[in-house]
Design a protein around this ligand. Structure first.
Ligand SMILES: Nc1ncnc2c1ncn2[C@@H]1O[C@H](COP(=O)(O)OP(=O)(O)OP(=O)(O)O)[C@@H](O)[C@H]1O
Length: 774
């Protein structure tokens, strides 16, 4: 009997998974298994493991995977290649792509471990996603898929939790770790046989790491293993003498089970250079689309009447609807809608939402006064949030979510009005609002510094708490005049701080923060906004885009107009459209492909006024292309320009796109290389108004130079070309030099680099004085 047979025997009776089509299933390799192995016990174990996973249906209390899971798409992310600085935090290293690119690189659950056809399977997959975007839920669903035989390439799936790192005793072996500590493992009757099989065919093993708080935890585990430890592990992985940390580290470093597949989930914060080097694929859970939100709501509310009214209420509450992009928040929104039973107004801010959820939970499950006291005092003493979750019957998810928001840095006391009793802190030196609203952090020494995500959220919450509506203020503080005065004083301080900023000081993130203070605070901000407002590099998810629009709208009411920069923000097309609906936008810049898609959408829906505005206000000069895809988008734009039509049915108004004046600045991060130059060349040929082109330091070698040389004589408006510090040798340089002879209109060609022999360069310069070295 071969292992193939064994695997086939294990097909469970459970129904096949619904969402993932089975054709993805590959036939497992045929592996001979030693005769003496008791097949039955291994086979039984696999069956039990599958059944065990199928039993853990819960996403969280009362919500099951089978009835409430929404099948979300994943997006393949890439890293900006930047030679100089590899020590950046991961979110800064990830290339931000537009909506169109995201669609192109999206994939389903069943494709996570597969590359393009013929490519090798992905052995180390990093699953990224911000707080409560659905990483753990996706992992649970994957485990279900495996139980339903939808991941036939794996015989074993082990789910390892970051929290197990707190087990410090050196009493584990690789065998006990996998068969006893993995949360997916059932009780094993014959651990030796199972473990022998795991060791015999590691390629058919999937190990999932989830539940780590941050990237740093992984990075520490990737520090080089002590030699003795590695040798000892390789000699005998059954000895129960290792700590969980040592074993995790050995798996991640592939000292043990080298051929297995690893799925590592994490939030994209902090430095991840080691992890990145070892990963074959970066995937991101990108949250719910608007259709996903509708699916979620319809699954959440089983009563048809409630379902319809919930969706109506949500649609009337645009900000809450935009928050539902985050699945965890979507769940909270549904909870609030469910509990409010149509009576109350829905919350208008994130702070309002979380406050209401907490309040609801406390009303339901705790004796309020006692719990408030307890929470406040525990939090103020600096206890970790997790310790609270042990002592209170609130759902773990809620705690985890609040934990992200509040963290140990900002104590829970903030929620319970303790913040009112603290004096304003002294300086306004920092460019955040935190000093204005919060007591100084006073946690024990040596604690990690709060991450940016936590600070941002904390800041938004702090502002949200300081600017509740009048009714809320009255409800929470009643006749407590002293507290009311403190709130008002802090509000004044924040407002003054905001007004004290000169325009250039305002960071895009601050604009997003301010909205949590409601429209009153947004009004102060609106007055201060600079005319050229750029968000480049700040990810704008749906709620952020909503906020930006609101603030711009408010500023418009005061007569302000803007030139809006939305490149590298990842804003969705719906968000872009919302900006176009504003009448106070002079010009805007955004991802070219998304802009074209928006034009198409507007053209197809016959919204000619909006289309005209969206086309005429679009600005690309100067274009800062940082990824190869930017060049493809440019080519698409050029083709629209030449054909004067968007799609079959949509023409571009004749007076626009007349003059694409283009100045491609050098490609700062991604090197376009020969491939990029090749793609760029045909597009360049058709640009009527390209005067200067800089492809400085772009890893272009002779192949790319040939492509450029071939189109140079067609670029009749080009006066200056800069291809300095590339990799051209004498071949590429001579080819460009020869082409220059056919371009009498050109003024300069800069192409020096150290791969061109000095003599060759000098001769070319003598032949044509327009060839410059600097
Ligand atoms: N695909 C989904 N379908 C339905 N609900 C989902 C989905 N993804 C997430 N949720 C809901 O959002 C909640 C939070 O998701 P989850 O715990 O998976 O996030 P996470 O990314 O692991 O967060 P963290 O980084 O905080 O650990 C889940 O408990 C569930 O209610």
């Amino acid at each position: 009997m071969t292992y193939h047979d064994l695997s086939n025997c294990c097909v469970s009776e459970a129904s096949p998974c619904k969402e993932s089509p089975r054709p993805q299933c590959q036939s497992p390799p045929v592996i001979d298994i030693p005769r003496m192995l008791p097949y039955e016990s291994v086979k039984d174990y696999i069956q039990q493991a599958k059944a065990h996973m199928l039993q853990s249906q819960e996403m969280e209390a009362d919500l099951s995977l089978t009835s409430h899971y929404v099948d979300v798409q994943l997006v393949e992310r890439s890293i900006l290649r930047c030679a100089k600085n590899t020590n950046k935090s991961l979110d800064k290293e990830l290339a931000i792509v537009g909506d169109a690119e995201r669609q192109k690189s999206s994939l389903g659950r069943s494709q996570i471990f597969e590359g393009p056809t013929e490519a090798k399977p992905k052995r180390t997959v990093l699953l990224l996603g911000n707080a409560s975007m659905g990483k753990t839920t996706l992992i649970k669903k994957l485990c279900h898929d495996w139980s339903n035989d939808c991941l036939p390439q794996f015989d074993f799936v082990f789910l390892l939790d970051g929290k197990a790192l707190s087990l410090n005793e050196p009493t584990f072996s690789l065998q006990t770790l996998l068969l006893e500590l993995s949360s997916s493992a059932p009780y094993c009757l014959d651990p030796n046989s199972v473990f022998t099989q795991v060791l015999a065919a590691p390629k058919r093993v999937l190990i999932i790491f989830d539940g780590f708080e941050e990237l740093r935890d992984y990075e520490v585990l990737l520090q080089t293993q002590e030699k003795d430890l590695a040798t000892s592990l390789l000699k005998d992985s059954k000895k129960q003498i290792y700590t969980v940390r040592q074993l995790y580290s050995a798996i991640l470093q592939r000292v043990v089970l080298p051929g297995c597949t690893l799925l590592i989930s994490t939030r994209p914060r902090g430095n991840a250079s080691q992890l990145l080097r070892r990963s074959d694929r970066l995937l991101e859970v990108c949250g719910f689309t608007s259709t996903d939100v509708e699916t979620y709501v319809s699954q959440y509310f089983t009563d048809p009447a409630l379902k319809a009214s919930a969706m109506d209420r949500l649609k009337n509450s645009s900000y809450l609807l935009s928050l539902c992009w985050n699945p965890g928040l979507c769940r909270l929104v549904c909870l609030v809608i469910e509990q409010s039973k149509g009576s109350d107004d829905l919350p208008r801010t994130l702070t309002g939402l979380c406050r209401q959820v907490l309040w609801l939970k406390m009303e339901c499950e705790c004796r309020r006064a006692q719990t408030c006291d307890k929470l406040s005092s525990l939090a103020w003493e600096g206890h970790k949030f997790f310790s609270l979750s042990l002592s209170l019957p609130l759902p773990l998810f809620l705690f985890r979510f609040l934990c992200v928001i509040l963290t140990d840095f900002l104590s829970l006391a903030l929620w319970f009005s303790l913040y009112l009793t603290f004096p304003l802190s002294r300086t306004v030196a920092e460019r955040t609002f935190l000093p204005q609203v919060l007591p100084s952090p006073s946690g024990p020494r040596g604690r990690r510094r709060p991450q940016r995500e936590e600070l941002e959220l904390t800041q938004r919450f702090a502002i949200g708490l300081l600017f509740p509506s009048r009714t809320q203020l009255q409800r929470h503080l009643g006749s407590d005049v002293l507290s009311k005065d403190t709130v008002l004083a802090k509000r004044v301080s924040v407002t003054q701080h905001l007004e004290g900023h000169c325009n250039a000081d305002l960071s895009p993130a601050q604009i997003l923060d301010v909205y949590s203070g409601g429209m009153r605070l947004a009004g102060h901000l609106a007055r201060k906004l600079p005319e050229v407002l750029t968000f480049r590099g700040v990810p704008l998810g749906p709620p952020d885009a909503f906020v930006v629009r609101k603030v711009l709208e408010q500023a418009g009411a005061e007569g302000k107009r803007f030139c809006l920069g939305l490149e590298d923000t990842g804003i969705q097309i719906a968000g872009l459209r919302a900006m176009m609906e504003l009448s106070n936008i002079n010009t805007y810049r955004a991802c070219i492909a998304d802009v074209i898609n928006l034009w198409e959408e507007l053209g197809q829906s016959g919204e000619e006024g909006l289309l005209e505005g969206a086309v005429s206000k679009f600005k690309i000069n100067p274009l800062k292309a940082t990824q190869v895809c930017h060049i493809e988008h440019l080519a698409k734009l050029v083709s629209i320009h030449m054909q004067r039509r968007l799609s079959h049915s949509v023409c571009v108004p004749s007076n626009v796109l007349e003059c694409i004046y283009l100045f491609l600045t050098h490609y700062l991060k991604n090197k376009i290389g020969d491939r990029g130059a090749e793609q760029l060349a045909p597009a360049l040929k058709t640009l009527p108004s390209l005067h200067r082109l800089s492809l400085y330091s772009n890893a272009i070698s002779d192949g790319g130079a040939e492509s450029l040389a071939a189109v140079l004589s067609h670029m009749t408006s080009l006066t200056d070309l800069d291809v300095k510090f590339n990799k051209l040798t004498d071949v590429g340089a001579q080819s460009l030099g020869a082409s220059l002879k056919n371009c009498p209109w050109m003024k300069s060609l800069r192409m020096w680099n150290e791969c061109i022999p000095y003599g060759v360069f000098e001769r070319l310069q003598q032949q044509d004085h327009r060839i410059l070295s600097q």
